[in-house]
Design a protein around this ligand. Structure first.
Ligand code: PLP
Ligand code: SF4
Length: 343
């Protein structure tokens, strides 16, 4: 490992070993609405809308993910998650730029502490995909500490608070950091005696499954901390052979793997779709943890599902599936002591 050279970089660097295919995937990812529309043979009006809507929050999607979407299907549930639509430009009452009160919960640069015993570190602003519904599209990521030395105050805060027994690495996507950076961060966290668990919130195993390398796994399971990984899969069609391989590697490494999904109109707001997602997950040893009601962030109004409808879907799921296969329906709320559990 080259702890020194890559330590101050936030994302993939050329100094990582050549076998890191995932970094090549990031470089090759689609950033241009024209190219996406061309590959998927979408009608011209979608391309024009995507060009306009992507000026607000740009398009970014790895080719691995795009490969799961057949051409000529503008309404495909995977495409809807990544294609900027004209609807994003609509102003919807109640939708704002900081819907979950994250700015208030910011203890110090990079550290969010909203809930008892858990500290969440925003370790990077970047992701392997730009999900159109994401509440972090307006997050002030400029304030994320960059170099290793800038994380000192955050680690000191955690060290000073013996009530914290779990550290969550989030972002952005924490697995966008290079392995050496992750390793040194987890080593430092493991040195704080009262911290017992390390949790990673990531979409990379689904977006770029080759990200799950042996070196990455070492940073996850190589300390005394009990490792949890919360992946983010919204639709059963996101799970292909490569994703299965990545999930298996994570679980075989000893991590507890959970899934969180976001309930999205036109993507997964159907009992059959979610039933099939939850079945696939438990068959893979992944426990469905949360299904989130949408955070009401500007530009995402068209994805919202009403609470009544959401609760009906969960109740129907409960009648079809084993208890452990039904995720809790939750919502983030500013100032609450926990996520609000709706069902
Ligand atoms: C969601 C969240 C957590 C984790 O909550 P769990 O209910 O333990 O999954 C921690 N911190 C913040 C800021 C969160 O938004
Ligand atoms: S991967 Fe997660 S943080 Fe990144 S854009 Fe998607 S939902 Fe947002």
């Amino acid at each position: 490992m080259n702890i020194v050279t890559a330590a101050s970089l936030n994302v993939a660097s050329a100094s990582e070993p050549a076998q890191d295919l995932w970094q090549q995937s990031l470089r090759d990812a689609i950033r241009s609405p024209e190219e996406l529309c061309d590959i998927l043979q979408l009608p011209a009006e979608y391309c024009a809308a995507a060009k306009r809507a992507s000026t607000q929050f740009n398009l970014f999607v790895p080719r691995e993910y795009l490969a799961k979407i057949p051409p000529g299907q503008p309404e495909h549930p995977l495409l809807k998650q990544v294609l900027p639509l004209a609807e994003e430009e609509l102003t919807v009452a109640g939708f704002s730029r900081d819907p979950v009160g994250d700015r208030e919960a910011l203890i110090t640069s990079g550290l969010l502490q909203k809930y008892a015993s858990r500290a969440l570190l925003v370790v990077t602003g970047v992701c392997a995909v730009h999900c159109r519904y994401c509440f972090r599209r307006y997050y002030p990521y400029d304030s994320v500490p960059k170099g290793e030395e800038n994380w000192k105050p955050v680690l000191e805060k955690i060290a000073e608070d013996p009530t914290i027994d779990e550290v969550i690495l989030s972002g952005g996507d924490p697995w966008m950091l290079v392995d050496s950076r992750l390793q040194s961060l987890t080593d430092q966290i493991a040195q704080i005696p009262h911290v017992r668990r390390l949790r990673i919130h990531t979409r990379l195993p689904v977006m770029i499954p080759s990200r799950v390398t042996d070196t990455l796994l070492r940073s996850l399971t190589g300390t005394r901390l009990t490792p949890f990984v919360v992946v983010h899969i919204n639709h059963p069609l996101e799970i292909d052979t490569q994703v299965v391989v990545a999930l298996n590697k994570l679980i075989d490494s000893g991590a507890v793997v959970l899934n969180q999904a976001v309930l999205l109109r036109g993507v997964n707001d159907s009992v059959d779709t979610l039933e099939s997602l939850c079945r696939d997950l438990v068959n893979l040893r992944v426990t469905p943890y949360y299904i989130h009601q949408l955070d009401r962030v500007e530009g995402s109004g068209h994805f919202e599902v009403s609470d009544t409808c959401a609760m009906e879907i969960i109740s129907e799921l409960r009648s079809r599936l084993p208890g452990y296969a039904v995720p809790r329906l939750v919502r983030e709320r500013p100032g609450g002591a926990n996520k609000e559990v709706l069902a």
